[in-house]
Ligand binder design. Structure first.
Ligand SMILES: C[C@@](CO)(OP(=O)(O)O)[C@H](O)COP(=O)(O)OP(=O)(O)OC[C@H]1O[C@@H](n2ccc(N)nc2=O)[C@H](O)[C@@H]1O
Ligand SMILES: Nc1ncnc2c1ncn2[C@@H]1O[C@H](COP(=O)(O)OP(=O)(O)O)[C@@H](O)[C@H]1O
Length: 284
């Protein structure tokens, strides 16, 4: 029996443009992913009997629908592994928040089991398997801040300033599918270049609809935007305000009401999972 505990970090979409829609309903995007130094913690213990168990069930979510279990199953069948696993998740990231917690849990399980089961799949292969479960999983597999196109799986690594953020989770849960199906969503943004983004910034095409549909998001947006430039991540519900340094983010945090769910976080170009995996490799 072998055990590994690994982080499953959050991501932000620093901007999100919708360029079009594919025939299968998926949207063609341009987005910029950066990781945060906030994460869930995933502990995986191997089993000899091939069973896959979630030791920390989520209220209202069947274990078989949990992306961590789905990831384990897809790796098991792709590699014909006879081994199983007990998986525990210490959840810190807000669910349905646009910070990709479920996708990140799945990517961490894929990496963790690939080590424990000694299945030796490349990152490219793990990302391919992950993509079958969700468009956001490949960036967590590769673990570097990235300019993304396609449905979010065509990744070009990028170095960005590692600025500070206040992340706020308004008190609502937003379904990604519901926002992508909304009739008022604009799906005709022109493609932009990295250079144009770095010069002028860019918006989140889901933001207007989310603010209109969810007054709680709109209220938090106005509060935060008074303190620093604020944007929605993914399809929400989380909003993030950007600061040049920790001190100014801390100052601003003091001005927000106590009853808001807030996080102080730093942008990371390498994900905490990959920092962890690298330090493991270095110590072997
Ligand atoms: C919007 C983004 C931005 O990073 O993040 P979240 O807000 O969910 O965190 C992602 O594209 C979400 O990725 P992910 O959450 O993995 O999506 P999936 O499980 O593959 O799909 C959820 C739903 O969104 C729709 N979807 C997803 C991605 C995409 N490019 N176009 C879509 O239309 C799918 O049709 C599906 O109904
Ligand atoms: N391990 C998991 N962690 C969080 N959510 C999960 C997980 N597995 C499945 N889900 C489902 O995926 C939905 C979106 O999860 P999450 O990744 O946290 O949000 P988002 O896609 O908005 O970033 C959740 O509401 C939940 O129903």
């Amino acid at each position: 029996m072998q055990q590994l505990t690994l982080p499953a970090p959050a991501k932000l979409n620093l901007f999100l443009h919708i360029l079009g829609r594919r025939v299968d309903g998926y949207h063609q995007l341009q987005t910029l992913f950066q990781f945060l130094d906030l994460s869930d913690e995933v502990t995986i213990t191997t089993r000899d009997d091939g069973k896959l168990n979630l030791l920390t069930p989520f209220p209202g979510l069947a274990d078989s629908d949990n992306l961590a279990i789905k990831a384990a199953k897809i790796l098991q069948s792709a590699t014909n592994s006879s081994l199983g696993a007990d998986i525990s998740i210490k959840k810190c990231l807000p669910m349905g928040g646009g910070v990709g917690g479920g996708s990140s849990n799945a990517a961490t399980v894929l990496h963790g089991l690939n080590i424990l089961w000694q299945t030796h799949l490349s990152d490219t292969k793990l990302a391919e398997l992950g993509l079958k479960l969700g468009a956001d999983i490949p960036v967590f597999i590769h673990g570097h801040a990235a300019w993304a196109e396609g449905v979010g799986e065509q990744l070009t690594p990028i170095e960005l300033p590692e600025t500070w953020f206040i992340l706020v989770k308004p008190n609502c849960h937003i379904s990604t599918a519901k926002i992508f199906q909304h009739q008022d969503l604009t799906r005709d943004s022109d493609p932009i270049t990295v250079a144009a983004y770095l010069q002028r910034g860019a918006r989140n095409d889901c933001e207007a609809i989310v603010r209109k549909q969810y007054p709680e998001v709109d209220k938090v947006f106005k509060l935060l935007n008074n303190l620093a430039p604020t944007r929605l991540t993914g399809t929400g519900a989380c909003l993030f305000a950007t600061f040049a340094n920790r001190q100014s983010a801390e100052q601003a945090l003091k001005q927000l009401p106590d009853d808001l769910q807030t996080f102080l976080a730093r942008g990371c170009n390498q994900s905490m999972l990959h920092k962890h995996l690298q330090s493991r490799t270095n110590s072997i």
